[in-house]
Design a protein around this ligand. Structure first.
Ligand code: NAP
Length: 223
C-alpha cells in the first residue's frame, strides 16, 4: 500500500522556497502536527541543510556506524533520503544523530555505485532499491510501507523531488506555511518547473493564521 504523502513547504507569498528567513519553528510545528512516520528528503535539501544550519558536518564516530537504540522504538519519524547518486557518502551520520530522527533510510536505484552501497552496509543503514537510474518513488513508497510500516510520509524537500512526486500522482495533500515575504528574483519557486499533463483540483482542508503574519494552508488533491 502506498503511504499517505503530504507535501509540506514554507514559501514566500510569491512561492519561493529560499531567499528569506523561514520561521523554522513554525515550519516544524506544523510538520509535526501531521504526526508523520517518515520525512522524505532529497539529497540537495539534506546537503543544503548541513551547510546552512551547521556550516560543517560533525565528525563521524565509531558509535555512528551502529543503529541507535531509538531506531527500534516507535514514535519518532524516519528520515528517508533519496540519494541514487551517493552524494551523501560520509554524511548520513549527521541525520542519524538528530534527536528527532528515528534512523535514516536511503532510497537508491539499480545504478547506484557499489561503493555507496558498501558504505550503507558498513554503517547499518537500511536502504530501498527502486528504479533503474533515478529512484522509482511509486515502488519505493510501497516498500517503505511494507518493510517499515510507514503510513504517513511528509516531504521536507525542495521543488525537484516534490515536483517528481506530484507529476507521478504520488502526493495526496499539500501543506504550505505562507511566510510574509516577497522573494528576490533568482530564488527557486516551488511550482516553477512543475510539468503536469492536466490541472490538479485541490480541496481546502484547513486554513489557519499563525503568529508572525504566517498562514497555514492545507489542501487535499482530488484526482
Ligand atoms: N522552503 C521550504 O519549505 C524548503 C524545504 C526543503 C528544501 N528547501 C530548499 O530547496 C532547495 C533544494 O531543492 P531542490 O529541488 O534543488 O532539491 P531536492 O528537493 O533535494 O531534490 C533533489 C532530489 O530530487 C530527486 N530527483 C527526482 N527526479 C529528479 C530528476 N529528474 N532530476 C534530478 N533530481 C531528481 C533526486 O533524486 P536522486 O538524486 O536520489 O535520484 C534528489 O534526491 C534548497 O535550497 C533547500 O534549502 C526549501
Amino acid at each position: 500500500m502506498k503511504p499517505r504523502v503530504i507535501m509540506h513547504n514554507s514559501v514566500s507569498i510569491d512561492g519561493s522556497v529560499t531567499g528569506f528567513d523561514i520561521d523554522i519553528a513554525a515550519h516544524y510545528a506544523v510538520a509535526g502536527s501531521f504526526r508523520p512516520d517518515a520525512h522524505l528528503i532529497g539529497w540537495i535539501t539534506a546537503k543544503t541543510g548541513i551547510e546552512t544550519y551547521m556550516g560543517e558536518a560533525a565528525k563521524e564516530e565509531a558509535e555512528d556506524h551502529k543503529k541507535p537504540a531509538k531506531a527500534f522504538e516507535k514514535g519518532l519519524p524516519y528520515f528517508v533520503i533519496s540519494d541514487s547518486l551517493g552524494k551523501l557518502h560520509g554524511l548520513l551520520h549527521v541525520f542519524r544523530k538528530f534527536e528527532h530522527c528515528r534512523d535514516v533510510i536511503v532510497m537508491i536505484s539499480r545504478t547506484t555505485s557499489d561503493n555507496y552501497i558498501d558504505y550503507l552496509h558498513s554503517r547499518n543503514y537500511d536502504y530501498i532499491v527502486a528504479g533503474e537510474k533515478r529512484v522509482d518513488y511509486a515502488q519505493a513508497l510501497e516498500e517503505l510501507n511494507r518493510r517499515f510500516e510507514v503510513e504517513t510520509v511528509l516531504t521536507d524537500t525542495g521543488p525537484t523531488l516534490n515536483g517528481a512526486l506530484i507529476e507521478h500522482g504520488l502526493v495526496d495533500e499539500i501543506s504550505l506555511v505562507i511566510q510574509p515575504y516577497l522573494a528576490m528574483k533568482g530564488n527557486p519557486r516551488l511550482f516553477e518547473e512543475l510539468d503536469l499533463r492536466s490541472n490538479a483540483k485541490l480541496r481546502l482542508q484547513k486554513s489557519e493564521t499563525l503568529e508572525g503574519s504566517l498562514v497555514h494552508l492545507h489542501y487535499s488533491i482530488e484526482v
